[in-house]
Design a binder for this molecule. Structure first.
Ligand SMILES: *Cc1c(COP(=O)(O)O)cnc(C)c1O
Length: 361
């Protein structure tokens, strides 16, 4: 098979062992003689996978018992309206750090007043605003911890006087998180915890049921939790195969040593790549140094070298680099180096940048 270094932003690289188990499970799940795509989601074998997946989440992120862990369909984009539907009575506060945050803001406005406490749109979202004030009368404060398109990241769990809600689509499981500081955490799985098709929601149960509006059954988080947790994301058919691959991905994270270990490796990978960007005369990083993401590394050609952009893209492509073209709103390049991206791929990209520099000395 062709050797590729996968830097796609999502869906993206998954751990090899997770892929191998998925292939085997399609043929035969749990020694049943039936494949994972064909089993009933009410079968005992599947119920065990559901339980174990939730357990892995709880274990890896130290999620307390008063939080529910939900695995749903619809992607993070569905959470953009599900969150305000469940939590917004009068006013919500949002930090606008990128296009995903902006999309979340748009949906919240269907339900009430939205106060944008700060925005970095003035500089193409190349930094995380600081020194803003979170209004004490907001029903919640929403942040995007990692801005996938711009390569900026809020690396610490911030303190908020009102319930804190976080879109962690692209940095979940990349670092330890103090779940207690959040009322709700959500994201699409397809960046760091599995394939597309499943969305995680970690929610403190006591914040639910307080909005005045009536909620449709599927929009109400309490439906998916069920009385005394008995629905456990199985009110309707869950995305079985995606959750299976998530289960295998989380098992791999655990075997690697958990989120602390992942964080250490991620920091090392990111440091190697940023070091090369800062050293190499042909490239410059686009994100403010203190806010640089350890998941998505964005860079462009250095001033005066812009004409080389397409040539570098082709050069990198020939050497097996996949998915390094930057998002159209930033241009240049973006290397997404999620948990499952091996350090060898990062080294290969660095070697590619170094050799390209030699060609253009
Ligand atoms: C990818 C991404 C989304 C969108 O996720 P979908 O599952 O495609 O809806 C939202 N927020 C962030 C931060 C993302 O990276």
């Amino acid at each position: 098979m062709k050797q590729a270094h996968n830097f796609n932003a999502g869906p993206c690289v998954l751990p090899k062992p997770a892929i191998e188990s998925a292939i085997a499970a399609i043929r035969d799940f749990d020694n049943t003689g039936i494949g994972i795509l064909e089993i009933s989601h009410r079968s005992p074998g599947w119920e065990r996978i559901m339980k174990e997946t939730e357990q892995l989440w709880r274990e890896l992120l130290n999620i307390p018992d008063d939080y529910a862990v939900l695995l749903l369909g619809g992607g993070a984009s569905t959470q953009f309206f599900t969150v305000p539907a469940n939590l917004l009575n009068k006013k919500a506060a949002y930090l606008q750090t990128g296009v995903w945050a902006k999309k979340a803001i748009k949906e919240a406005k269907f339900y009430g007043e939205v106060e944008i406490v700060a925005s970095s749109e003035d500089k193409t979202y190349s930094y995380i605003p600081k020194g803003y004030k979170i209004p004490a009368d907001a029903d919640y404060f929403h942040i995007t911890t990692n801005n996938t398109i711009y390569g900026t990241e809020i690396k610490e769990d911030i303190d908020s006087p009102v319930p804190l809600v976080a879109d962690m689509s692209s940095d979940i499981m990349s670092r330890p998180v103090d779940v207690r500081k959040y009322a709700l955490i959500y994201g699409g799985a397809q960046k760091n915890v599995g394939p597309a098709g499943v969305t995680f929601v970690i929610v403190r149960k006591d914040i639910l049921g307080k909005v005045e509006r009536k909620l449709q059954t599927m929009v109400d988080y309490r439906t998916h939790i069920g009385e005394e947790g008995k629905n456990s994301s199985m009110f309707n058919t869950p995305p079985v195969f995606s959750i299976f691959v998530m289960h295998e991905t989380l098992k791999w994270v655990k075997e690697m040593g958990g989120v602390e270990a992942m964080n250490k490796i991620n920091k090392e990978k990111a440091a190697l790549l940023y070091e090369e960007i800062d050293r190499n005369s042909l490239f410059v990083g686009t994100a403010a140094k203190e806010d640089r993401s350890i998941m998505n590394v964005c860079f462009v050609m250095a001033p005066g070298k812009e004409a080389l952009q397409d040539e570098f893209l082709n050069y990198a492509k020939e050497r097996g680099m996949v998915g390094i073209k930057g998002h159209r709103s930033v241009g240049g390049f973006r290397a997404s180096i999620y948990n499952a991206c091996p350090v060898e791929s990062v080294r290969a990209l660095i070697a590619c940048m170094q050799d390209f520099e030699k060609l253009h000395k």
